[in-house]
Design a protein around this ligand. Structure first.
Ligand SMILES: N[C@@H](CCC(=O)N[C@@H](CS)C(=O)NCC(=O)O)C(=O)O
Length: 290
């Protein structure tokens, strides 16, 4: 299915979507120019409308369009870019078999992989942390509009009841949110242990796994878990995070696409405070380190 295009690369993405950030950081790391099309999510439902479904029938962002051909899924986009421009910018998937397998295992742990239950790896647990924000944004629209649109237009049968419940309650159920916080605690303990190899990046040299961690850590800041990244309980993460932030790709793929509605939502939900479940986070870390 060829899609209309004017530039060689065009990306359909939303500013603060994790998977969109992955694609944009990847494009920046590979030094590939592209035209951006913003697709609104929870507060407008633009992704559920016909125009976007013609580009991505799954109604998910991001979609990369290369000369009219769509590539779905942020990790597939990273793979595509790396094989399209192997000698340009950073190498995201190393050529060496052993290193490549290592990177792929980390990517599976950090990504939004639909074959993994929400909350069962770090990537989907981080997405779970965002449910407080998503609920807030969904509440910008009347209940019946959200109910009807998600029920009749959202292609993912697993996600529909989650979005409807979030709109109904105005927030995620507390017990479920705590499960996500536990998943993130587990992931952070794992990352700290992995970094004890003493190399600058998570798999040694910079790779696709670092692309995913840039957006994951950025999301920890947005959901008011920012102190986790500055804590002496995770000294290696504390030294590693600035290395990701100093790369141009952090600005070009993440900061340059911050959404006003997310800043407003962060201020309304957390102000300058830490996330209300921060204590649960630290008690989980303590339990896991015992
Ligand atoms: N595995 C996909 C996941 C894509 C995904 O879940 N995108 C989210 C934003 S991060 C989305 O489009 N959500 C809208 C919805 O589910 O209604 C990828 O990595 O691209």
């Amino acid at each position: 299915m060829a899609i209309k295009y004017t530039e060689e690369f065009e990306l359909y993405s939303y500013g603060e979507s994790l998977a969109s950030q992955t694609a944009r950081v990847g494009l920046a790391e590979k030094a590939i120019d592209y035209k951006q099309h913003r697709v609104g999510l929870e507060s407008t439902g633009e992704h559920l409308q016909k125009a976007y479904k013609a580009i991505n029938p799954g109604s998910l962002v991001p979609t990369l369009v290369h000369k009219g051909e769509p590539i779905y899924d942020s990790v597939k986009i990273l793979e595509y870019l790396d094989s399209y421009a192997p000698n340009q910018g950073a190498t995201l998937f190393p050529a060496d078999d052993e290193k490549n397998a290592q990177v792929r295992a980390l990517v599976r742990e950090f990504s939004l992989d639909e074959s993994i239950d929400i909350g069962a790896n770090l990537g989907t647990s981080i997405a779970g942390l965002s449910t407080q924000m998503l609920a807030y944004l969904l509440c910008k629209r009347p209940f019946w509009t959200v109910f009807w649109e998600y029920l009749t237009k959202h292609p993912s049968r697993e996600r529909v009841p989650i979005f409807i419940l979030m709109r109904l309650l105005g927030k995620p159920p507390r017990f479920k949110y705590r499960d996500f916080v536990s998943g993130v605690a587990k992931g952070m303990v794992f990352i700290e242990k992995t970094l004890s190899h003493g190399q600058p990046f998570i798999a040694g040299d910079y790779s696709a796994a670092d692309v995913l961690l840039a957006q994951a850590f950025h999301r920890l800041q947005i959901t008011a878990f920012h102190k986790v990244l500055e804590s002496d309980q995770f000294p290696l993460i504390k030294a590693y995070w600035p290395r990701l932030q100093q790369r141009n790709s952090y600005k070009e793929g993440i900061l340059d696409y911050e959404e006003e509605e997310w800043s407003e939502c962060k201020a309304a939900l957390y102000g300058d405070e830490e996330n209300p479940d921060i204590e649960h986070f630290w008690s989980e870390v303590k339990r896991l380190n015992q």
